[in-house]
Design a protein around this ligand. Structure first.
Ligand code: NAP
Ligand code: MG
Length: 477
């Protein structure tokens, strides 16, 4: 046996305590939903994990009415200091149950346990602690002397960071005195329902948080509900545009966190080994199911060949496989639909003349997997350069001058994130000022911190989540 092969180090699936069935959480209780139950699968095995009750249109009405009552009677009138106590309590219980939540997230989503354990769950806890701290200090946030909550928030989230995206909506909504109705993604509803259980355990008053599993029709009913004061949506640009059209002229507030096609710019003076790590993390973290993924590598022509060799050598060492194995770097693709989309997009790259390179890593025999893939010879007109693939596929383009790098980085309808790798501070700042992206990382990538606002320009959406300015989207100021 190759001496560098790791023995399997699986985390125990039983830590997740998966129940055979789950139910919607409305007005402080788990209730039978009126919708058709769905089955959520583990994408690493394609086996059913649990049956999940879904919300009917009447359930959406009940949840919104419960959230309205809670806003008027309990949560709205409560002082910020009192609200903070609940949020701190929820944050602490979430941290206490972090191992269970990490395993559950990995089972339901397919992401490596290393990431759910070290990124998703701790970042979710940090986001709750951060916002708990704001609850009694809103008048000092610099947004206005007497910020007031909006009322009822309707939130819809995607499947790539199920718990973290739930918390990104719930924490600011609750800290600012709003109540919320949340629709998790169809393929990953479980951790949001455990979060509801945690909220109940923390004694959160009934109706403040409601979680309604279901498909896009439930999401549509939530965002379209006439008694919802603010919609917070994270998902695809197409659905975001549709929601934007529906809310236009209603006076209801909206934030949209949508797709991306970020450039990771590597200058010839960059520390190459560090840049390789950043590029690998940028596109293979979470199987590339990341809105801010560095899916376009822009590398300076003079180092393109050398950098390509270093990059391929590093990618060859990534282990693809059982997401519960602590040695796994790249886990399962979340759904058959998404896997088909990645396969189609890669085929489009071949058809348009890009050169495909695939890691030789072995793939598991069952489950939904796609090997780390790199396209070189990519032209800006190709689909693999323009469209979000949302998978472990990197498109490599080259540039000669900083001006050309910026022009190519900005040649996209999106504007969520960007990465810049260089030894020169002045060049990094010059580039950062010209790249039109909501988040720009310099000599690093995929850093998430509750104190730093996150959000996009143009087709990546509008509004910011996190930081002081993220509170603004949930307040009359
Ligand atoms: P999606 O189809 O837009 O789904 C997102 C959520 O919206 C899901 O809960 C979905 O339900 C629901 N939904 C579907 N149709 C709807 C409708 N007509 N009205 C209201 N809700 C509806 O997106 P996806 O493909 O699952 O997620 C990946 C996308 O999210 C990518 O484009 C990615 O870039 C983006 N994303 C952005 C950020 C960010 O912060 N900018 C973060 C993460 C992901 P179902 O689950 O039943 O489909
Ligand atoms: Mg699932």
């Amino acid at each position: 046996m190759d001496p560098w092969t790791y023995a399997p180090a699986p985390e125990s699936a039983s830590l997740a305590e998966v129940a055979p069935s789950y139910r919607p959480f409305i007005d402080g209780a788990f209730v039978d939903g009126g919708g058709e139950p769905l089955k959520t699968v583990n994408p690493a095995t394609e086996e059913v994990l649990a049956e999940v009750g879904t919300a009917s249109p009447q359930d959406v009405d009940r949840a919104v009415a419960a959230a309205r009552r809670a806003h008027e009677k309990t949560w709205g009138p409560m002082s910020g200091a009192e609200r903070a106590k609940y949020l701190f309590r929820i944050a602490r219980i979430l941290a206490d149950r972090s191992r269970e939540l990490a395993v559950l997230e990995t089972l339901d989503n397919g992401k490596p346990i290393r990431e759910s354990r070290d990124v998703d769950v701790p970042t979710a806890a940090a986001h709750l602690f951060h916002h708990a701290g704001w609850a009694d200090k809103l008048a000092f946030a610099g947004l206005g002397p007497d910020p007031r909550p909006l009322g009822v928030v309707g939130a819809v989230i995607p499947w790539n960071f199920p718990l973290l995206m739930a918390v990104w909506k719930i924490a600011p909504a609750l800290a600012t005195g709003n109540t919320i109705v949340l629709k998790p993604a169809e393929t990953t509803p479980l951790t949001a329902l455990v979060l509801a259980e945690i909220a109940a355990e923390a004694g959160l008053p009934a109706g403040v948080l409601n979680v309604l599993p279901g498909a896009g029709d439930v999401g549509s009913a939530v965002v379209g509900h006439s008694d919802v004061d603010k919609v917070a949506f994270t998902g695809s640009t197409d659905v975001g545009k549709e929601i934007g059209r529906r809310l236009a002229g209603t006076g209801r507030r909206l934030t949209l966190e949508l797709g991306g096609k970020a450039a990771n710019i590597v200058y010839d003076d960059a520390p190459l080994d560090q840049a390789v790590e950043g590029v690998v993390d940028g596109i293979f973290f979470n199987q590339g199911h990341v809105c801010c993924a560095g899916s376009r590598l822009l590398v300076q022509e003079s180092i393109a060949e050398e950098f390509g060799e270093l990059l391929r050598a590093r990618i060859e060492t990534l282990r693809v496989g059982d997401p519960l194995d602590k040695n796994t770097d790249v886990g399962a693709i979340n759904s058959r639909v998404q896997l088909d989309r990645i396969v189609d997009m890669a085929a489009a790259g071949d058809a348009e003349g890009a050169v495909r390179w695939t890691s030789s890593c072995p793939l598991p025999e069952r489950g939904l997997f796609f090997p780390p893939t790199v396209f070189t010879g990519v032209e800006q007109s190709m689909r693999v350069a323009r469209e979000e693939i949302f998978g472990p596929v990197l498109s490599v383009l080259t540039f000669r001058t900083p001006t050309e790098a910026v022009a190519k980085a900005n040649n996209t309808p999106y504007g969520l994130s960007a990465g810049i790798w260089t030894d020169k501070g002045s060049k990094a700042l010059w580039t950062a000022q010209r790249v039109r992206a909501g988040v720009v990382w310099i000599n690093t990538f995929n850093r998430f911190d509750p104190t730093a606002p996150f959000g996009g320009y143009r087709e990546s959406g509008f509004g910011r989540e996190g930081g002081r300015i993220g509170l603004d989207a949930y307040l009359h100021v």
